[in-house]
Write a protein that binds this ligand. Sequence first.
Ligand SMILES: [Zn+2]
Ligand SMILES: [Zn+2]
Length: 194
Amino acid sequence: MEPLYRALCGEDQECLREARETPRFLSELDQIARGLEIHVDRPGQYAVESVDVERLRREAEGRGVPRQLVDYVVRRALYFRFGSGGVGGRCKNCGDPASLIVLRREDLGIYERHRPYARCICGSEWEFELWRCPNCGASGRDSFDVYIYGGVHIYSCRKCGYRFGVVEDRPDLHTTHFYIHMLRWTLPNPRPWQ
Ligand SMILES: [Zn+2]
Ligand SMILES: [Zn+2]
């Protein structure tokens, strides 16, 4: 996580200290999400379409809670209730394209390979392809600029500009994803890798 924290904070020690608290902060938000009652009024293509997110945002903003946090907790609540899956290449809960590709090692006896899964910030995953833009579908290595922060790669689609992370599966996957999801638009561009 450290390269990501440093990309965000530079040498600002206060910022770094807060960044290192993120896992605890996220598990507290998960407790709230698990307790949130989600009323699904009408069936939609994506679960979030059935939730009155605007009302929840207004209620939370009245108590000083930023709407980004509300959106995040609602997404987690949908995931805890409905689980994983993609519809038409997007998250079945949130209706958004993946913001992370997770590479999972698969042991096939004679050799190993990495199988790519698309992941939404809510936690939902579905099978996907590497070198394919989750937003516009552009594919092939030539379609992307790649930036590297430690073990985290950020791909930037040359066709639509969409940014997403690519990582190998890791114990702190969700915290890593949270950072990538938040930071992918603000991360400075280091030298492209290719
Ligand atoms: Zn989702
Ligand atoms: Zn694209």
